[in-house]
Design a protein around this ligand. Structure first.
Ligand code: MG
Ligand code: NI
Length: 474
């Protein structure tokens, strides 16, 4: 008889989840799953509400990425109204979206993942956390804190409050940018850029020390997906949705979000409430693809800003055009931080960024609308149907963490096959199984459309389902 290992309360990811590992009598791994176990029906909950409320209601899905939901939701509403958002309205939305990208990536890299990189995967768990980091590398930890603050302050300046800003509305944004706010943000750019560059230097000092992790942290060929600009550059707000194969060759593209369901199917597995999106033309599960920072750097031909492109050139020189290991999400995330700060500067220096025409008004002119944008974690899709009175009839959300669900599950299995052996878990195994998931930076509050935290554990079980070992962390 074999056994199952359950890792409950995966730490240092946003929210909580559970991992099960099945082993045979000899302790050899047979299978593994990453479960998301709690569900709150946000899609049902919004039915009957007026569509203009959606951006601020949907932002409440997640305390971690409210801005991402604001963007996708507002874009779905623009589509319902059949309006074009004024140019400056688009630029201001992009500004907030990139501020969210920078602060979220800083949290993921500096706070959640770098303790593993600085202290090692087998490092003492008492030190291998944000507090240990503050003691050992105070300047590095401070860079992370202040990069987050940089992004959060832009969001607060634009939206009026850091969480759930109501400034992004259907048709554009509710107020233009003032010259004073523009100067305040511009003044903070050089400091943020310096911190991002130091973060990259620190990453390069330690990145070479993880050949085993690079080898088995979800290292297999998949497709990649994400938005690109019309000329194929890196894009987070709007543009063409592109799917590429494991060699970065374009397989499919669509510019009108309404075609998403021709390309993306959603499978259901009985062990998780989080659905398993897949590339429809290839079927399930062969249509496995990845989204997020690594995927965006594979689907895009270039970043389009000098510092980020310089770093992208080294990234490609070292790892190739389409790196297969999810360990490289970390480097990709840091490149995107650079890109985000550089692009925020570029947007603010645009002469018409202070234009006061920032919002288009209209009644609903379509009964169905779709909005797609890139959340820090990957592509986010909001799809709404309304009735003739403008009340929500139906909603479907496909969130970033969902797209990566197949790859995260296979990654957990790959890591377990390498590091788990026998009928007992040790700290190094446990941490690596969690660390592969942290590469993807999943947001579990978003994933389940749930509020708050979910209970979670890791369990080691046999073929008969008997429990060998389990670990819980909070
Ligand atoms: Mg859904
Ligand atoms: Ni979220």
């Amino acid at each position: 008889m074999g056994k199952t290992i359950t890792i409950e309360g995966v730490t240092r990811i946003e929210g909580h989840a559970r991992i099960s590992i099945q082993v045979d009598d000899k302790g050899k791994v047979q299978d593994a799953q990453f479960h998301v176990t709690q569900f709150r029906g946000f899609e049902k909950f919004v039915e009957g509400r007026p569509y203009p409320e959606m951006p601020s209601v949907m932002a409440r899905i997640c305390g971690i990425c409210p801005v991402s939901h604001l963007m996708a939701s507002a874009k779905a509403c623009d589509d319902l109204m059949a309006v074009e958002v004024p140019e400056t309205g688009v630029k201001l939305r992009k500004l907030m979206n990139l501020a969210q990208l920078v602060q979220s990536h800083a949290l993921s890299f500096f706070h959640l993942s770098s303790p593993d990189l600085i202290f090692g995967m087998d490092g003492d768990p008492k030190l291998r956390n944000i507090f240990g980091l503050i003691n050992k590398r105070p300047e590095f930890a401070k860079d992370g804190v202040l990069l987050r603050k940089f992004g959060q302050e832009i969001i607060a300046l634009l939206g009026g409050k850091k969480i759930h800003p109501a400034w992004v509305v259907p048709g554009g944004v509710s107020a233009p940018l003032t010259a004073e706010k523009r100067e305040t943000i511009l003044a903070s750019i050089p400091d943020a850029l310096a911190r991002a560059q130091r973060g990259l230097e620190s990453f390069h000092e330690v990145a070479e020390k993880f050949p085993q992790e690079e080898e088995v942290f979800a290292n297999f060929p998949t497709m990649f997906a994400g938005l690109v600009t019309p000329s194929g550059g890196l894009e987070h707000y709007d543009g063409t949705m592109r799917f590429v194969d494991e060699n970065a060759k374009t397989v499919a593209e669509f510019s009108n979000p309404k075609f998403y369901s021709d390309f993306i199917g959603e499978a259901v597995e009985n062990f998780s409430y989080l659905k398993f999106p897949y590339f429809k033309p290839k079927g399930y599960p062969e249509g496995i693809y990845r989204v997020g920072p690594l995927a965006r750097l594979v689907v895009a031909e270039r970043c389009g800003t000098p510092l980020a492109d310089q770093e992208l050139a080294s990234f490609r020189a070292k790892l190739g055009r389409a790196p297969q290991s999810s360990f490289h999400y970390h480097w990709a995330r840091l490149i995107e931080i650079l890109y985000g700060i550089e692009t925020i500067k570029k947007l603010l220096e645009d002469p018409n960024i202070l234009d006061t025409r920032v919002r288009s008004r209209a009644r609903p002119n379509r009964l169905e609308g779709v909005g797609i944008s890139e959340a820090p974690r990957g592509t986010l899709i909001h799809h709404y149907k309304i009735d003739d009175n403008g009340q929500m009839r139906w909603a479907n959300l496909i969130i970033a963490t969902g797209h990566n669900n197949l790859a995260m599950n296979r990654g957990v299995r790959q890591v377990a096959e390498r590091f788990v052996n026998g009928h007992r878990l040790n700290e190094g195994m446990l941490n690596r199984v969690e660390a592969v998931i942290r590469c993807f930076d999943p947001c579990l509050s978003c994933s389940t459309h749930a509020l708050g935290q979910m209970p979670m554990h890791i369990e080691l079980r046999g073929p008969g389902g008997e429990l060998f070992d389990e670990l819980r962390r909070s």
